[in-house]
Design a protein around this ligand. Structure first.
Ligand code: SF4
Length: 480
């Protein structure tokens, strides 16, 4: 029997020790045919979040009911809000005969029961595996009278065996523009800047974008705007469609004076469509996490619109710098491991480097080779980034091996990281999606200067708490 197996070990303790060894790490990183706890969800979940951002829009899953339940559950647990979504419940017979009958019946029921202003249809695996033709099916549903002939429907193919939730967000967003935006009126613009958040499950971030752009006096539309759907006020009355970008502003999108995309990897196709096909003045920025990235975002706004950055935002920047200086001793020189979506990681890495933190391991399951190059450029720009390992396409079981063989002081990522953090005996600061085991974190922004203050506070106080909880009695001090 080979020594490189768990069966060779005699006791549970020996197996546990071996799992933490460099030898096991090497085997783990040679693993090809299995993914263990990947840090990503499937395309339709992203399409659903995107659809929630249009006023009166009912998200519609053409596929299995269990898939729809999973998307709703995951968003539900993160947001602690109801997530209205329907599915046409494809089952075994639809897998054999195709899902057209389900779609025709499902659209009719959805239209009559939930009275939406529009429906956004997207697919789960089953419909994609059998090759259902959404374009033809929706046309046939209109002919069959399921919905009025002119009823607005956007549809996106969102096969789960390629990409991840960020690809699904991108596909749905592009479908919204292609299906429901009016053609451009030549050179005329509506004078509005369209701000595209990308896959962002923090209503606090969306509110922060709106506040910053408005503070610069720029007329704007957030497209799509899921702020209210993700965080609607408790009034005692349930509203199935709480807010969102008005349909008229979606229809007018291609007459925008400009588009600014707040993420680059969750908007790849949409960005190309707006910039290269529609030839609209378009910018994409790194998610404005930390002071440098927020500076660049505001400067991009200034360049696009000619509006100066107001004194109130300069003062806000000063307060963020002050908070960073106050918290600096607790973060400088500490080693971090991070995982999550590419856009989040790009922003967070820049933030940690400006605080003098040392990113040691970055795991991005849904990253690309372009992401690897982009994040390497961020790391290379700082002496604190020189020893960081970037692991694209890897999962949280790989992350575990990294933490056990090259320890760090803190793990940053969503709730799925809590098991790794426990095994490695380090704190987990919960940033990303989904966060299922803490409350309200999605309501506080992590972007902009206020977001920088929030991040600095969370990270530094977690280290301070850790000292208070673990230090011997003689070192238990009032001051830290
Ligand atoms: S991966 Fe496929 S089967 Fe699983 S939830 Fe997503 S769409 Fe459904």
């Amino acid at each position: 029997m080979s020594e490189n197996t768990c069966a060779y070990r005699q006791s549970k303790e020996e197996v546990a020790e071996w799992l933490n060894s460099p030898e096991y790490r090497e085997m783990n990183f040679n693993r090809k045919a299995l993914s263990i706890n990947p840090s990503k969800a499937c395309q339709p979940l992203g399409a659903l979040l995107c659809a929630l951002g249009i006023e009166g829009c009912l998200p519609f899953v053409h596929g299995s009911q269990g898939c729809a339940a999973y998307f709703r559950n995951t968003l539900n647990r993160h947001l602690r809000e109801p997530v209205p979504t329907v599915s046409d419940s494809m089952t075994e017979d639809s897998a054999v005969f195709g899902g057209q009958a389900n779609l025709i019946e499902g659209l009719k029921n959805a239209y009559q029961v939930y009275k939406p202003q529009m429906i956004a249809v997207f697919t789960s695996c089953m419909a994609e595996v059998i090759g259902d033709d959404l374009n033809a099916f929706i046309a046939n549903a209109r002919n069959a009278g399921s919905v009025p002939r002119d009823f607005p429907i956007a549809f996106a193919q969102t096969p789960s065996f390629v990409g991840s939730h960020i690809t699904g967000w991108d596909n749905m967003f592009k479908a919204l523009l292609q299906s429901l935006a009016d053609p451009r009126h030549g050179r005329w613009t509506n004078g509005r800047l369209y701000v595209v958040p990308g896959f962002d499950a923090y209503p606090g971030n969306l509110r922060e974008y709106k506040r910053l752009v408005s503070a610069m006096g720029i007329p704007m539309t957030m497209l799509p705007d899921a702020t209210e759907a993700m965080d609607s006020p408790h009034t005692g009355e349930y509203r199935i469609y709480p807010g969102g970008t008005p349909m008229a502003e979606l229809a007018d999108a291609l007459n925008a004076s400009g588009f600014i995309f707040m993420q680059r990897y969750s908007t790849v196709g949409s960005y190309k469509f707006v910039k290269n096909v529609q030839k609209i003045n378009t910018e994409v920025v790194t998610m404005p996490i930390g002071i440098n990235n927020t500076d660049k975002f505001l400067m991009a706004l200034q360049e696009m619109t000619g509006k100066p950055i107001p004194a109130e935002l300069e003062k806000e920047r000063g307060r963020a710098v002050d908070s960073a200086i106050d918290a600096h001793p607790y973060i400088h020189g500490k080693r971090f491991a991070l995982f999550g979506d590419p856009d989040l990681l790009l922003g967070l890495t820049g933030f940690l480097l400006e605080m003098g933190g040392i990113p040691a391991h970055i795991v991005c399951t849904n990253g690309t080779e372009q992401f690897r190059k982009d994040i390497q450029a961020v790391l290379d720009a700082s002496p604190f980034g020189k020893d960081c390992g970037v692991h694209v396409g890897r999962d949280l079981w790989h992350m575990r091996s990294l933490l056990m063989t090259e320890p760090v002081d803190m793990l940053i990522g969503d709730s799925h990281g809590k098991f790794n953090a426990k095994d490695a005996n380090i704190p987990l600061v919960r940033i990303g999606f989904p966060i299922m085991d803490r409350v309200n974190l999605h309501r506080s922004p992590i972007v902009g200067y206020q977001g920088a203050i929030n991040l600095v506070t969370m990270i530094a106080n977690t280290f301070i708490d850790q000292v208070d909880c673990t230090c011997p009695d003689r070192l238990f001090e009032l001051m830290r």
